[in-house]
Design a protein around this ligand. Structure first.
Ligand SMILES: CC(C)(COP(=O)(O)OP(=O)(O)OC[C@H]1O[C@@H](n2cnc3c(N)ncnc32)[C@H](O)[C@@H]1OP(=O)(O)O)[C@@H](O)C(=O)NCCC(=O)NCCS
Length: 279
């Protein structure tokens, strides 16, 4: 008999343990953060009294994101995973979310399609080291008082305000954020979450058809992260940026497909994702 409950502090160890079986590199703090951002939207699935799976969600107004779905290997193929997805859809719908996004391993596309998600586009997880290269003039680090402007700009692309995740990322002095302006208007920004020796690069958001601006923003932040181990999730169609990364020693980790449940509202100005579990 399956039972789904809201994830709590006592599930942290289990959540890390089960995701370690897939080498997702999640630590307690990752789950603490997502539970803090969406306290009612992170789930633990049990069969009788044994914990066998988890999934997380985040709601940003009209848009929500689904992630970290995993079921214990011995319990797969019996409907447990589907139950977690349906439960998450129900939860996000109750929060008034109209569109749910996720990043799926390509082999899981049919699984999510059966649950109502539609394929949107391919993304590639790239891994490599930060390095110095020639940088373009006119870009600079974001100022604290620009955070509101960045969040508003991001909303025009993402389709909903990501304030609840962007504010903590952009206000953390360990992290980095660079901006590019055109005639006094924000044309793009890039952020990176920086830890000891490693960094998750993203989001990178620019106005549509600003591949050059995106590349310049990427270069300037990689300069600052010289020597750091970096990972990022980028649309496969961004061939110019991918070429630059490959030539600079980055290599492909794995591929995922972005999928949506409900209307597709994200515009084509997302050059690098924030994270796999939050969009
Ligand atoms: C993805 C994952 C969570 C699915 O969990 P699961 O419990 O096996 O999911 P389900 O049992 O609901 O569905 C799996 C398959 O079994 C089938 N199935 C479900 N109930 C069934 C039943 N009673 N009898 C026979 N088959 C059944 C489903 O139709 C589904 O088939 P499909 O994959 O061809 O669509 C699991 O494979 C997993 O943890 N994988 C590793 C982590 C991972 O890849 N996560 C997804 C990241 S995108």
């Amino acid at each position: 008999m399956y039972h789904i409950k809201t994830m709590s502090a006592e599930d942290l160890e289990f959540a890390v343990q089960i995701t370690d079986t897939m080498d997702w590199g999640m630590i307690n703090e990752d789950f603490e953060l997502i539970m803090q951002l969406e306290p009612e939207g992170c789930f633990t699935l049990s069969s009788d009294s044994e914990r066998i799976g988890i999934a997380t969600t985040i709601s940003f107004g009209k848009v929500g994101w689904f992630g970290n779905l995993i079921v214990n290997e011995t319990h797969r193929g019996k409907g447990a995973g589907s139950l977690l997805v349906k439960h998450a859809i129900q939860y996000l719908t109750s929060k008034n979310v109209k569109t749910i996004g996720l990043y799926a391993y390509t082999e899981k596309i049919p699984f999510y399609q059966r649950l109502g998600f539609k394929y949107d586009s391919d993304f590639i997880i790239m891994k490599g080291k930060g390095f110095s290269s020639s940088i373009q003039a006119g870009l600079r680090e974001a100022k604290e008082e620009e955070i509101k402007t960045i969040i508003k700009f991001d909303q025009s692309c993402f389709g909903a305000s990501r304030k609840k995740i962007l504010e903590p990322i952009l206000s953390d002095s360990n992290n980095l954020c660079y901006v590019s302006f055109e005639e006094g208007q924000l044309a793009g920004y890039v952020a990176a979450k920086v830890y000891e020796g490693i960094a998750d690069l993203g989001p990178l958001v620019c106005k549509p058809r600003r591949g050059r601006v995106a590349l310049a923003l990427l270069k300037i932040i990689l300069n600052r992260l010289d020597g750091f181990e970096i990972s990022l999730c980028i649309p496969k169609k961004e061939s110019e940026i991918l070429d630059f990364l490959s030539k600079s020693g980055f290599s492909e980790g794995f591929r995922v497909a972005r999928m949506f449940y409900g209307p597709d509202i994200i515009k084509y100005c997302m050059y690098i994702a924030e994270s796999l579990e939050r969009g």
